[in-house]
Write a protein that binds this ligand. Structure first.
Ligand code: NAD
Ligand code: TYD
Length: 350
């Protein structure tokens, strides 16, 4: 595999995947295709942007003529597809963008692959990065395996489920070499502060209320983003065509416990008396259709490809807090302007 288009490479997970591939495989050409929505930020890639094997192309994955001409001119060997609208709360207030980018955008890419790789599917690969949220919600027990029935509840997870179905349909119908991975919640550096962990870090730092939905009893399975990028690397290179792998951290946390841990780390880092940041915790109106619990069984990935998470959560959370405290300018840039309006709209009525 020599030339790879990574979509959504300016976003949170995409930037870690781009960095990993650019640094690990100097013989590959990595093209970062991203439309730079509110979530896309080229500052996420400052450290690798001058590497000779990296290029950025600004473009919209829903723009079929543009995607077709990109495939014709670049003739990529593979796609690693991460571009998406990714935030559940935004999908509840504005579902259409999720259908356009996540469903239509994915099909536009699949169709370009179908047209330009025709007859040579065994030497090309379409890797689709998806989420565990397609499986719906768990009760107090059980875990999602690759065989769990799809049961999405939010417009976000419904759009991702739909895109997964299209990827499988293109494999089954046209023979395209596709691979899908479904990962649990990620955390780490460069995470846009609309999501729970970076939002809480930002608010604690600024002495603002930390909004916890409902009673804070929802459970998420958290994985360090660099472990996700490493899993994508392993699966991209070693999975058989048509395969699916679940990726997860074996690391379940109730939201309220996670925020409690984060508050105690922040107290220590900011030199505050123990318990001070926890006073910012504010229970607010629950998210509509809020999935109770996600938990990934990643046994298949460990057994077949040898991947397992590298980092304990407490250590990863410390590293994450350190990164946000050391990157004040990044945080200020992404929380100025439109972010303020978003925040008002999402949280004023809660
Ligand atoms: P993100 O919102 O941080 O980044 C998405 C990127 O896609 C941005 O750079 C944005 O500019 C780009 N983009 C959006 N619409 C586009 C379009 N029409 N054309 C081109 N580029 C466009 O998302 P993320 O959290 O990094 O998630 C990346 C992928 O991983 C998504 O597919 C998501 O569903 C999946 N995923 C995320 C998580 C998580 O915890 N964040 C977990 C599992 C899977
Ligand atoms: P989020 O980071 O949005 O990820 P996802 O919804 O994809 O799991 O939310 C993680 C959990 O935190 C989820 O149960 C919703 C909850 N949450 C809050 O309690 N408060 C917040 O302000 C946000 C953004 C999320």
């Amino acid at each position: 595999m020599k030339k790879i288009i990574i979509t959504g490479g300016a976003g949170f997970i995409g930037s870690h995947v781009v960095r990993r591939f650019v640094n690990t495989y100097p013989g590959y050409q990595i093209i970062n295709l991203d439309n730079l929505t509110y979530a896309g930020n080229l500052a996420n890639l400052r450290d690798i942007e001058t590497q000779p094997n990296y290029r950025f192309v600004k473009g919209d994955i829903t723009d079929a003529p543009f995607i077709d001409s990109l495939f014709a001119s670049e003739q990529p060997d593979a796609i690693i597809h991460l571009a998406a609208e990714s935030h559940v709360d935004r999908s509840i207030s504005d579902p259409i963008d999720f259908v356009l980018t996540n469903v239509v955008g994915t099909v536009v890419l699949l169709n370009a692959a179908r047209n330009y790789w025709q007859g040579a599917y065994d030497t090309h690969r379409f890797y689709h990065v998806s989420t565990d949220e397609v499986y719906g919600a768990l009760g107090d027990t059980g875990m999602f395996t690759e065989d769990t029935k799809y049961d999405p509840h939010s417009p976000y997870s419904a759009s991702k489920a739909s895109s997964d179905h299209f990827v499988r349909a293109y494999h089954d119908t046209y023979g395209i070499d596709t691979v899908i991975s479904n990962c649990s919640n990620n955390y780490g550096s460069h995470h846009f502060p609309e999501k729970l962990i970076p939002l809480a870090i930002n608010n604690i730092k600024n002495n603002k209320p930390v909004p916890v939905y409902g009673k804070g009893e929802n459970v998420r399975d958290w994985l360090w983003v660099e472990d996700h990028a490493r899993a994508i690397d392993v699966i991209f290179h070693r999975a058989a065509a048509g395969e699916t792998y679940n990726i997860g951290g074996h690391n379940e946390w109730k939201n309220i416990d996670l925020i409690g841990l984060l508050c105690s780390i922040m107290d220590r880092k900011l030199g505050r008396p123990a318990g001070e940041s926890a006073q910012l915790i504010t229970f607010v109106k629950d998210r509509a259709g809020h999935d109770l619990r996600y938990a990934i069984d990643a046994t298949k990935l460990k057994r077949e490809l040898g991947w397992k998470p590298s980092l304990q959560f407490e250590e990863g959370l410390e590293k994450t807090v350190d990164w946000y405290l050391a990157n004040e300018e990044w945080l200020q840039d992404v929380t100025s302007g439109h972010y303020q309006q978003y925040y008002e709209e999402q949280y004023a009525s809660r």
